[in-house]
Write a protein that binds this ligand. Structure first.
Ligand code: LIP
Length: 264
């Protein structure tokens, strides 16, 4: 049985090496390699190179584990573990030179399906900002070794909330209407552009809440554990796990209020 702290140590080592590669490539200039689900959904050569580095490191260190990466898709393993990886979360920020991007490396037990997996360890490394958020199941969430906890007390001005919008322009009207229904709960809104950092900031108390429709498993696998280990609640509507339909992260009381405001 491999312990969650042991798995986290490997996730951290790989995420940091991968993040330094991403940061180096950014300084050398970024090339768009292709578009994916929509014109705005881009992948850079660095996304692919960074995911390849992560994949090779895991093949060497954990050859029996499965892998699910944003750029290379699913690869079933023979062990109980699957690594769920976003090589550069916040790809559009990365392409534009905005430093809010992160390498997200998580390891889960069971099928790599957010509805059923048990997240065991996660590392979210933002190399341009120099911050590493970590969590091991049952061992808390940390930033630079300091324990994290979500904000349980929301001030009279309301909650500082983050959200995001999908790449498909046809979904923007619905997303904006949902944001309008959340605004009475908010003091202000942030749109950071990297789900893993949005979630990590909720865990760190830098945001009171975050919600977004359309997230992929690799967007939230690592940082979702960071939120949970920081005493926060992460999930979708009506008790569903975080996923494509909706991801909400906040303290439990605020989660309920946001869910009621945006679910219809
Ligand atoms: C991004 C998320 C972001 C969301 C974008 C995109 P990517 O992930 O981190 O929160 O709004 O639509 O899904 O594509 O940069 O890995």
């Amino acid at each position: 049985m491999t312990s969650s702290p042991d798995l986290l140590a490997l996730a951290v080592d790989i995420a940091c090496e991968a993040g330094e590669l991403a940061h180096r490539r950014r300084s050398e200039g970024v090339a768009i390699a292709a578009t994916k689900s929509a014109l705005a959904d881009i992948v850079t050569e660095a996304d692919r190179e960074v995911e390849n580095l992560i994949r090779e490191r895991l093949r060497a260190e954990r050859p029996d584990d499965g892998f699910l990466g944003e750029e290379s898709g699913p690869e079933r393993g023979s062990s109980e573990f699957t690594w769920v990886v976003d090589p550069i979360d916040g790809t559009v920020n990365y392409a534009y030179g905005i430093p809010a991007y992160a390498v997200s490396v998580a390891v889960v037990a069971g099928e790599p399906d957010p509805r059923t997996w048990e997240a065991r360890a996660g590392a979210v490394y933002a190399p341009a900002i120099g911050e590493l958020f970590t969590a091991a199941r049952g061992h808390g969430a940390h930033l630079a070794g300091v324990p994290l906890h979500v904000n349980d007390e929301i001030g009279p001005a309301g909650a500082l909330m983050a959200t995001g919008f999908g790449y498909d322009p046809d979904t923007h009207a619905q997303d904006l209407a949902r944001l309008g229904r959340a605004m009475p709960l908010a003091r202000d809104i942030r749109r950071i552009g990297a789900a893993s950092l949005d979630l990590a900031y909720v865990a760190a108390g830098r945001l009171d809440a975050y919600f977004e429709r359309g997230l992929q498993p690799w967007d939230h696998a690592a940082a979702g554990l960071v939120v949970a280990e920081a005493g926060g609640r992460i999930g979708g509507f009506a008790g569903a796990p975080a996923g494509r339909t909706m991801t909400i992260a906040a303290s439990s009381e605020l989660f309920d209020r946001i869910e009621r405001a945006i679910e219809h």
